[in-house]
Structures are given as C-alpha cells and as structure tokens.
Ligand binder design. Structure first.
Ligand code: XMP
Length: 582
C-alpha cells in the first residue's frame, strides 16, 4: 500500500515522531531520506519536511529535490528546518540567527489559512531553532508570528504549501494535533486509511506467503517486539510450525525465565525451548570489570549460542526460516547513517543469521510498525497489559547494573559531599564520560545536576536513603560479577519492582534501574542505587523523585537483604548522567 504522506528526514530527531503523529490521525505515513527524488514521491497526497539541526547555508546540509515544490496536487508542509528549506528554495530569505529560540513561545495568528483553521488567535508552541525565515517566497504570506520570530508560519494557498517554524508534532505545542490534522485532511485531502490493528489479517496472510510451507524459528527475548512477531506467526501458521528459543543468560531479573515460559505457554506455543546458558555467560564474563568489555563478551556469547542452535540438526534444513521482531524505525536509514546496521546488532546480524537473510529465509512481520503500534497489535491479539507495558530492559541484563572494580578506596569528603571511588558512565555532548560519583546532601535535582556540571571529577550525584554505617566508614573493595553479587542484585531488584508496581509508582516512570555498587563493609560489601527516570525515548531523561512513603517501604525491605550496606537515590538527569550506570 503506497502511503498518503511521506516524511522527509532532514536529520531531526523528530522525523519519526511526525510520522507517528500522522499515523495516530489515521493516515498512512512513511519516512524517506530528505533527498528522495520528486518522481518517487509524486503519488503521495502530502509531503512533510522534518526539522533538523543544520543551517541551509552550511555546505552539505540536507536538502530536498526542488521539483517537490512543483508537484501538482501534492501539499507540502515544512517544519522548522523544513520551512527554512522551502523558503530558501522558493525564493524567500533565511537569516542566520546567533542566539536562537528554544522552548515555549506564543504565536499570534496574523492571516486566515487552512493550516491554522479553527484555532485560537494566540497559542503556545514549541520552538527550537537558530536560523529563521525573514522574507517569505513569492506567492506565500505570513500566517502567524511570535514576538521574536515575525514569520512563525507561512502559507501559499494556491499550491497548498506551508511552513511552520515551531514543532506541531510535540506535546508542548498546544494545538499541534489540530495543525497536523488540518494539513492532512484540509490541505492534502487525505482519507483515513491507517489502522494497525486492522492490518493483522493482512500481516498474517503475508506471513503465510513468505513462509511458503516452511517453518519459522524465533529467538525470543521476552521483549514486546519478538513476542508480538512470534504470536502473529503462531496464529498464521499454527503451533506445530513455529518454534521459539529463549536464551537464559543468568543475567535476567528474578522470575524472568519463568515469566517468559508461562507467557509463551499461554499463547499456545508448544515448541518453546529454554537454552540454559547461565554457566557459559558467567564463565565468559569472568573477572571483566570494564562496561564495554562486559557488553562485548555478552554480545559474543549470544552469537555463540545462536550459531550453535542455528547450526544444529533440523535448522540447517531448507525447511526452516528465521522470524524476527524488527520494527519500522530499525529498518530505515536516518540522518545519512545506515541505522539498520547498528540496531540490535548482537541479536539480529550474527553470520548464521546474515546467511539466512542472504538466502531470503527470514520473516519480519512488524517492519511497517512503530513500537506503540506493535503494542496496540499485541493488545488486540490478547497479550496481557502487564506484559505490553513493561519497562524497557537492556539486552546485557543485570550485568551492566552490577558494577565491578579491581581497585579499593575510601570516600573522600569535599565541600559538595563525599566523592565515591566508583566510576559510572555519563554523557556530555556527544561523548561518554567515565567518572566518580558524588554523595550529596542536596535533594533538589536541578541543583544536584548543576553541582555535577560544575565539577570535573564526577558525572553523577546520589542522595542517601539508608546507611548501615556512616559513609566515612564505608569502602570500595575489588568485586567481580559472581553468583553471590548477582543473586543480591536480583533480590534487591525484585523487591524494588514489586513495591514499585504495588504502589503504582511503576506507571509514573519510564524505567527504574536498580544498580549494585561495591561500596560497604567487610560483611556487607555492596550498596544499592535506585534510578527511576522519566523519558520519552531514552535519549534524554529526568531523574524522578521517589515518594517518601514508597521509598521508606523499599528501604525497610532492602536493609534486610544479605550483604547490603546502603541505599542511595540517583539525582542526575541525562545528560550529564546516562540512564544505566554502565
Ligand atoms: P543509557 O544508559 O545509554 O540508556 O542512557 C539508554 C537506554 O538504552 C538502554 N541500554 C541498552 N539496551 N543494550 C540494550 O539493549 C545495551 O547495551 C544498553 N545500554 C543501555 C537503557 O536501558 C536505556 O533504556
């Protein structure tokens, strides 16, 4: 099915958000690189050019095929950088700004237009730009302005071409949804045609065609995507023709393997197999302490297990193909980088899998859908909400939440608090940092983040929730990823998760890592850090306070856990801290 809307990716983080919002309005939309030729886009009803960080004057900045602006009957909407591109290519003027405008602003409607039809005269919008359009191209007129941006929106009614300097796709733009809706239904003349759950039968038919009599094998992770993809295949082909293998790395949360086993049994899977690789993973990790080294070892072990399974007995026969839960954003190029190669590398592209892809022995039923659409399909298929709404969990599992070290040391008191001789990962600009942790008395998250930004020796601040002994009497001792520490973390994590779910806190955060750090005493060698955060996509995050009553219940139970000496709360936003500690 050809989409009615193409979203051209000019390098902005927002292009997928735009496509998702269009689909939420019931209209089919696909993302294309910004330089897609007009001839490939001419059958669309509308084209939206996304925002992006570039300036139209920079050499090599993303551009569009100018013929797009000549396509008859195709409406165009440029957002932010997209508006500047239209202005630049159609004979308007874009001026370089030095300070820019970031955050909330108020626009005032200056002239009537289809795009802003039915909206209040003034409204809040979200701005994020440096350059701006200072003269509209011939045929265009200004339709809205802000105090600092005279051309906040422009329109050419004759050609149905529009530009907005703000971002209608983000929730901070009060009437963003109506603006997109006006563009789709009034300017572009779209008809509602997109309903992911309505596509289930069609997807199942495609699965039968692709399988063409062969059987399908999945490596399932217990994650939403692979489970929904598996369920679709199960329905399309029946339980005899669909196999699932789950690799138990020993790095999973408490009860996870049983949870996944139960879930698949309830789905009606008869061929579900747990590959017990616990010893193999732990042996391979040995005394590794460095975060990326741990990730690498785990990735390699996954490869080994997958190769072993795929090269064993039945799967080598041509009667088998591999099923995967790859979703839409994983499949397309973005900002000039072949993102598809980077994503899910250790799961999806091991040599034995590459061979299956090359032989066309692969089935990926979810490649047209976004994550929230996959969830909607899962819901329609009867998967439980408790499963579909689970927080994201990193592939390397608890290994990257169990900090290890070869050195020993004591906390050092400074004017801002105690500096712990423990390194955690952070992020500043585009680079990752690996620095010490500050225990602060400051409870305010913004102030804590400001202290971290001020100091060059730390990238993270934590507050105290409970201590068995004073910080001055605690020490860091050499620690590796062993059974005892993993069991301790698993127990602490299970306690926190249970209370988080029971108190309803779980639904108020995007993710809630529980981290074990080797800080304590001889007989209580570890402490726990609680890291609940709010986020939209994991790229940035806000540290979220834990309500006092929830925290006191958590502490009351954690202090009983064998070997634990303290509980801390992470106050650091991302940036400068990452969500995980490694
Ligand atoms: P950071 O720590 O980089 O995390 O702020 C951002 C999001 O990515 C997840 N994460 C991972 N997921 N393998 C994964 O599958 C990994 O190695 C990995 N590292 C971080 C993290 O849980 C968060 O949601």
């Amino acid at each position: 099915m050809a989409p009615q809307i193409f979203v051209l990716d000019a390098g902005g983080q927002y292009c997928h958000l735009i496509a998702r919002k269009v689909r939420e309005l019931g209209v089919s939309a696909e993302v294309r690189p910004s330089d897609a030729p007009a001839s490939e886009l001419r059958d669309a009803k509308g084209i939206i050019i996304s925002g992006g960080p570039s300036s139209v004057y920079e050499a090599g900045s993303p551009t569009i095929d100018p013929d797009i602006l000549k396509l008859a009957g195709v409406a165009v909407l440029g957002i932010c950088y997209g508006q500047q591109l239209i202005a630049h290519l159609a004979g308007g003027v874009v001026s370089k700004g030095d300070k820019g405008e970031y955050g909330s602003a108020e626009i005032t409607i200056e002239n009537a237009s289809v795009l802003l039809d039915g909206l209040p005269k003034t409204q809040r919008v979200w701005m994020s730009h440096r350059d701006k359009v200072t003269q509209v191209p011939p045929g265009f007129s200004t339709i809205a302005s802000t105090e600092t941006c005279a051309i906040a929106a422009m329109a050419n009614a004759a050609t149905q071409q529009y530009g907005v300097q703000f971002h209608p796709e983000v929730v901070h733009t009060a009437h963003g949804r109506e603006i997109l809706s006006n563009f789709l239904f009034l300017a572009a003349g779209c008809e509602p045609d997109w309903n992911p759950t309505g596509l289930i039968e069609q997807v199942e038919e495609q699965i039968r065609q692709t399988a063409a009599g062969r059987n399908v094998f999945f490596f399932v992770s217990g994650g939403v995507d692979s489970t929904v993809a598996y369920t679709l295949c199960l329905r399309a082909l029946g339980p005899e023709r669909v196999y699932g293998a789950y690799v138990d790395t020993g790095l999973m949360r408490e009860g996870e393997t049983e949870f996944v086993g139960d879930l698949f049994a309830k789905l009606g899977a008869t061929h579900f197999h747990v590959e017990d690789s616990r010893k193999e993973f732990l042996d391979a990790l040995g005394a590794a302490t460095e975060p990326e080294k741990k990730r690498h070892i785990i990735g390699q072990q996954f490869v080994n297990v997958q190769e072993r399974v795929l090269n064993s007995g039945m799967f080598t026969s041509g009667n088998w193909i591999l099923g995967q839960g790859t979703i839409y954003p994983d499949t397309i190029e973005s900002g000039g980088t072949a993102k598809a190669d980077l994503i899910k590398t250790h799961h999806n592209r091991v040599p034995a899998i590459q061979k299956l892809i090359d032989e066309n022995r692969i089935i990926e039923p979810l490649t047209q859908f976004y994550k929230d659409e996959v969830r909607a399909i899962g819901r329609q298929l009867g998967l439980p909400d408790a499963f579909l709404d689970r927080h994201p969990f990193p592939g390397p599992g608890l290994a990257i939440r169990c900090l290890c070290t070869t050195s020993s040391g004591s906390p050092v008191e400074t004017e801002d608090g105690w500096v712990l001789p423990i390194q955690s990962v952070g992020v500043q600009g585009d680079s990752r940092t690996y620095r010490s942790v500050l225990v602060t008395k400051e409870e305010d998250r913004a102030v804590a983040t400001a202290i971290v930004n001020k100091r060059t020796d730390v990238n993270r601040a934590v507050s105290l929730a409970w201590l068995h002994v004073p910080v001055a009497d605690m020490a860091v001792r050499p620690a590796i990823l062993d059974e005892a520490r993993l069991a301790r973390l698993r127990r602490a994590d299970a306690i926190v998760r249970k209370l988080s779910v029971e108190t309803g806190f779980e639904t108020r955060v995007w993710q809630f890592p529980v981290v074990l750090i080797p800080l304590g005493t001889e007989d209580r060698p570890d402490s726990v850090v609680l890291r609940p955060i709010q986020s939209v996509d994991g790229m940035t995050a806000d540290a979220t306070p834990i309500p006092t009553d929830v925290l006191s219940q958590i502490v009351a139970q954690l202090r009983e856990v064998e070997g634990l000496c303290g509980v801390f709360c992470d106050l650091t936003n991302k940036p400068p801290g990452t969500i995980e500690w490694e």
